[in-house]
Design a protein around this ligand. Sequence first.
Ligand SMILES: [Cu+2]
Length: 178
Amino acid sequence: MTSFMPPAERIWWKVPVGREEIVWILIALTWCLIMFFMMPYWHIYGKQNLSNEAYQTTPAKYGAKVQEGIDQHKVGEEAGVPIVHPPAGSDVYMLGRLWQWWPILELEKDKTYRLHLSSMDWQHGFSVQPININMQVVPGYEMVLTVTPDQAGEYGVVCNEYCGIGHHTMVGKIYVKE
Ligand SMILES: [Cu+2]
């Protein structure tokens, strides 16, 4: 019998299911359930990427917010890149563009911040080194990560989404102070 032909027995769903088929259905169902419960479990215990919020924006609007943060909280400059020390617990802004993470952020240890990210031009990947934080950064969307740095030091930000000839030079910095 092929699927083009009607089943021999009209009320086919009353025909008992073969043992082998039942076993396969149970194996598949068990695996589905394991995968299903692994999602929330791994989200909490798997040290995965952070949960984030996302909002629509435009490069112009987002760029203005970043500039505002720089104007209000700039504390220095490093090779032409402003260093911004926002108040503990506040919203902090960083942007990605060809080929720069802008500005450098200076955060305080054990304080919680809302870190906003967006791109001015193209898709970039926000990757914090040496810890495992990776986010897609795309123009038109503003991502907000709630972060609490728990170790002082200097963190590197690299772009992990190939974005053109200067991709490998696209490095930024986050300082976490005691
Ligand atoms: Cu990039």
